[in-house]
Write a protein that binds this ligand. Structure first.
Ligand SMILES: Cc1cc2nc3c(=O)[nH]c(=O)nc-3n(C[C@H](O)[C@H](O)[C@H](O)COP(=O)(O)OP(=O)(O)OC[C@H]3O[C@@H](n4cnc5c(N)ncnc54)[C@H](O)[C@@H]3O)c2cc1C
Length: 352
């Protein structure tokens, strides 16, 4: 018999939600994570946004993905007794008149109307905002406090040396091992019988390594297209600023008490996790442009991470064609909050 059902490599949003779904189904997992060294999750802006991109297209499947995500985040809020999700509309400013017509067309498409809120005429825009063409509200999404989610899960999981046979029942059937997973030590058992790693045997191993997948010997060849991104957090004098998120060129999220998170850029060449002064300046300048009057903003945090994106801008999830015990669960790109909860719920049923 295997020690565990699944070894999960990587404890960002993907590995964490998959582990929690496995636990919910009564399964056992060993989650191996090297303390979020290069993770995208703790540096993500955390927007759950059903309508993205220049074409104002609702994410395909949004009518299933978004409610599943909200249900997951709300359930985890209860489980971990901490705030994780806030409903938050997003004001999207028109950058040209063509966008107004495009929005009207999109809102008329089947299943799309629920994400398109009120049209906001220029004279009705919040007085602080610089949106001369007006815009519209995107509704139904919100903001996810991803660091709070990760911290709650880490407290909830059992330490890696807790086993059901060791006396008192561990609190979670997911054990967390905060270490680097070494691919060279993985033994793949014949005839799809599972895997063994450092004396731990499992029926499946799922790689949720985010952009770290590029060092994975079995899945690095897939169509990955990682993209570095940076954001800043600033304290401002915007005491009566808007209480909704903004897409006016850049994205800005109000965190309360005049604090804003502003992001983000896309960089495909230099894929390190170093924040850069030039991007910080351009984010600050972009934030200033969102307002009619000068805003005093002091940067209190500046971070960078690599989005685990794919060339088709879709998740890459499934079994290895030659080694059925090996799985990849990755490629959630810029939409981890939207995609990962539903994918984790579904994929866990194939592992337990
Ligand atoms: C600047 C920025 C802004 C973003 N904004 C948003 C947003 O507003 N909304 C949204 O939905 N998404 C956003 N994203 C995307 C989101 O962050 C990702 O989709 C999601 O977090 C990916 O989660 P993941 O678990 O796949 O990867 P990660 O979070 O990168 O986690 C991978 C984990 O695997 C670990 N790991 C890798 N290799 C090994 C190994 N060999 N051994 C042990 N551990 C290993 C890493 O240390 C890490 O902890 C943003 C991303 C960035 C960078």
């Amino acid at each position: 018999m295997s020690d565990t059902d699944v070894i999960i490599v990587g404890g960002g949003l993907a590995g964490t939600l998959l582990a929690l779904e496995i636990e919910k189904l009564g399964g056992r997992a060993l989650l191996v994570d090297d303390s979020l060294r290069d993770a995208a999750t703790p540096v993500a802006a955390g927007l759950l946004n059903p309508v993205t991109g220049m074409r104002l297209s609702p994410t395909p499947g949004a009518s299933m993905l978004i409610p599943t995500a909200i249900d997951t985040f709300r359930t985890l809020e209860q489980k971990f007794a901490r705030t994780i999700f806030r409903e938050m509309p997003l004001f999207r400013a028109y950058s040209n008149e063509g966008e107004r017509a495009l929005k009207a067309r999109r809102a008329g498409e089947p299943d799309a109307a629920r994400w398109f809120g009120d049209e906001v005429e220029p004279q009705a825009v919040h007085p602080a905002l610089n949106a001369p063409l007006g815009g519209f509200m995107i509704v139904g999404g919100g903001w996810v406090d991803l660091p709070a989610l990760l911290a709650g899960a880490r407290e909830h999981f059992s330490p890696c040396d807790a086993r059901p046979t060791d006396g008192p029942q561990p609190k979670s059937s997911v054990r967390l091992l905060q270490q680097r997973f070494t691919h060279a030590e993985l033994e793949i058992l014949p005839k799809g019988a599972g895997v063994r790693w450092r004396g731990e045997s499992a029926r499946h191993i799922v790689f949720c390594e985010g952009a770290g997948v590029r060092a994975n010997p079995w899945f690095s060849h897939l169509a990955w297209q990682p993209a570095k991104g940076e954001f800043i957090t600033c304290d401002t004098d915007l005491d009566d600023g808007p209480d909704f998120a903004l897409k006016i060129g850049l994205m800005a999220i109000p965190l309360g008490a005049g604090r804003w998170r502003v992001g983000s850029n896309y960089e495909w060449e230099k894929l390190d996790t170093e924040p850069t002064p030039a991007v910080r300046e351009s984010l600050l300048a972009g934030f200033a442009k969102m307002f009619r009057h000068p805003v005093r903003a002091t940067v209190t945090d500046h971070r960078a991470g690599v989005r685990p994106a794919s060339k088709g801008a879709k998740p890459i999830v499934g079994r290895h064609p030659e080694h059925p015990a090996l799985h990849v669960f990755n490629g959630f790109g810029a939409k981890g909050c939207t995609w990962t909860p539903a994918y984790a719920r579904e994929y866990a049923t194939r592992l337990v």
